[in-house]
Design a protein around this ligand. Structure first.
Ligand code: SUG
Length: 448
């Protein structure tokens, strides 16, 4: 049976802004308080989806969330009408209003961890929504994420959904941003690779000194258990704590994998040789031949990687077995990174082509091409069971582009977030979106 990797991209929501909310994420911190352009952000994301679809890849779309999250503000004690809740929060606790307005759900690599049916004990595709509990503004995403994923992958015969892990730091879980899968073909059993930043319960593991390690070993292990993965089909590795302290807040900022290939920076992991050997032997047991492409620090520094997002690229398989790297514009403007990429694609190895996308609006908050997509490997039958409303087509691209043009503002600052009118605009837009994507009622304002 045919199988595919389907990339579901997060559609940027109408409140996209630079809140400076993510300590440890260099771009988020350094662009704090700049004015943003939600319309441009959404159109940049849609252009990437359309381009990948035009190249023949399977492409889907994941809906944004209702923001400002008035219900979350109510849980923090703000009361009255929706407008009063927003105005009171703006007056008394602006940082909480900003957090409740974040469009951070666009980075759907953090929406969930996904295990394809070939890896799981019950032969279904498993999803665990990420609790994202390292940052308040992200911790409020998972209930809606679960409803949206439930509406997209509704067929219980093929899809199993797990609620987010307990919302405590010991089970900090950031979803697919710290998870990669290696396989010979998408429909065959593979090796799932979980990368954690620290252990919550075992003090033998080192931890970063400056910035938080968002993902714990215990969270990764819990996800593997929930998904019914075989021990032989799983590898755990620890991120190098020193790169977390340099701004690598997720593993997908320093490594990306696809098929039988891991593309990574020399400083990304601890005990790299042991980890590569385990990946290689476990992949061999399911018939695969593991290959690694290491980028030496002498060519590209960790700082270059963090600034350019070289590794936050999408590594995609082409029909001839070679691979294509989708990188952000920032890679072209970094001389060392661009030089490295020219050499890489010219060397006759597996990565043959680089395509550059302008995703500046998202990049300024630390979200590159890979952050914006959730990969779901599906066989033909499973793909047919996905809600067809969320699969990208030329007419859907046109509808979504027009929808953005109609509803989105082209400039947003902190003052705009305090405007109760913004909530009404967002709800009107999202109500229409659920009809375009045929999701039914998934937002708090639609179900309460
Ligand atoms: O969680 N930025 C996101 C970026 C997530 C990137 N995702 C992956 N690497 N997969 C984060 O830090 C910034 C929001 C703000 O500051 O307004 C933010 O949430």
């Amino acid at each position: 049976m045919k199988s595919y990797e389907v990339n579901f991209d997060g559609l940027v929501g109408p409140t996209h802004n630079y809140g400076g909310l993510s300590y440890g994420n260099v771009a988020s911190q350094s662009n704090s308080q700049q004015s943003s352009n939600p319309k441009e952000a959404a159109l940049q994301g849609l252009a990437k989806m359309k381009a990948l679809m035009d190249m023949g890849f399977q492409q889907g779309v994941l809906a944004p969330q209702e923001r400002p999250d008035v219900a979350a503000l109510r849980r923090l004690g703000f009361a009255g009408s929706d407008a009063q809740v927003i105005q009171q929060a703006a007056k008394e606790a602006m940082p909480l209003l900003v957090a409740s307005c974040s469009a951070s759900s666009m980075w759907v690599a953090n929406a969930a961890t996904v295990s394809p049916s070939a890896d799981t004990a019950d032969g279904r595709v498993h999803f665990t929504a990420a609790n994202l509990n390292c940052k308040y503004h992200r911790s409020i995403e998972h209930p809606t994420t679960s409803r949206v994923l439930g509406a997209m992958f509704a067929n219980q015969h093929h899809f199993a959904h797990h609620a987010a892990l307990p919302a405590v730091a010991q089970f900090g879980d950031e979803g697919a941003a710290n998870h990669t899968r290696f396989c010979r073909a998408y429909g065959e059993a593979g090796v799932e690779f979980f990368v954690f930043g620290r252990s919550a319960f075992d003090t033998r593991y080192p931890a970063p000194q400056k910035y938080p390690a968002r993902q714990t070993l215990e969270a990764s292990q819990a996800v593997a258990r929930l998904h019914g993965l075989r021990e032989e089909g799983v590898v755990y590795a620890q991120q190098n704590p020193s790169v977390i302290d340099q701004g690598v807040f997720h593993n997908d900022v320093i490594a990306v994998g696809n098929g039988e290939v891991l593309f990574y920076h020399e400083d990304a992991f601890l005990e790299t040789d042991k980890m590569l050997a385990e990946l290689s032997s476990k992949l061999a047991k399911v018939g695969g031949k593991f290959q690694s492409v290491c980028v030496p620090r002498s060519a590209v520094t960790v700082d270059d990687a963090v600034r350019s997002y070289l590794f936050n690229s999408q590594l995609l398989s082409r029909p001839d077995g070679s691979m294509l790297l989708i990188v952000p514009e920032e890679c072209r403007s970094n001389e060392r990174v661009w030089h490295y990429l020219q050499g890489l694609t010219g060397a006759g190895g597996v990565i043959r082509e680089v395509k550059v996308f302008d995703l500046k609006q998202s990049m300024q908050n630390g979200g590159g091409p890979a952050c914006l997509r959730l990969r779901v490997a599906l066989n033909e039958t499973e793909l047919a069971a996905v809600n067809p409303g969320v699969i990208m087509t030329a007419p859907l691209y046109d509808s979504l582009t027009q929808w953005v043009e109609r509803h989105y503002r082209d400039r947003m600052t902190e003052n705009d977030l305090a405007d109760p009118q913004l909530l009404l605009e967002c709800r009107a837009a999202l109500d229409e979106l659920t009809q375009i994507l045929k999701l039914g009622s998934v937002y708090p304002f639609q179900i309460n």
